[in-house]
Design a protein around this ligand. Sequence first.
Ligand SMILES: [Zn+2]
Length: 199
Amino acid sequence: MRRRLPLENELMPYVAGFPPGQRWLVLAPHPDDELFGMGATLAEAVFRGLDVRVIIVTDGAAQGDATAREGEAQRAAASLGLPPPEFWRFGDRSLAAGDAKLVLALQDALERSKPDSVFVTAPVDLHPDHRALALALQRALRGRALRRLRLFPATWVVCYEIALPILPNLLVASARVGKPSAALDLRTRASSNFVPTIA
Ligand SMILES: [Zn+2]
């Protein structure tokens, strides 16, 4: 008997959902990825009273002034009602999945914040930093699980879309679209002389 191909609604959700957990850790390779990737979801998370921490991994200096971009990220977080992001200031366009310093920093962040869900760019993204961070997180979680399996509950990993459409298995609807729009305006104004590569 010939096996039928899956239908559309078996490949992609037709109903909105919401990521799990009360404690979220959001990893952004560059200042703005957290907004472009999941700004509306972050606004919804704040509305729902979730504990959301944002870490911005690189300084963003390859595509703008690092100090200005940090300031934009801080103002955007404040406009969404989030605590100030943590800035790690790794070199822009230099992230490597096997960088022990990065993997250790991720393990430390996981142990400090003990998130139910951790958000990261997709390992199939176009930008090399976005891919490297996703893969470094995999290493961090694997090493942490092997070393201290019993001390930590399972952590959800949620990949958000930036530079390449990904086939979603979770759609999020947010009624709080006004807030992320205001936050994104900060970035849009600063990007008027945007270069033709991905930030
Ligand atoms: Zn980026």
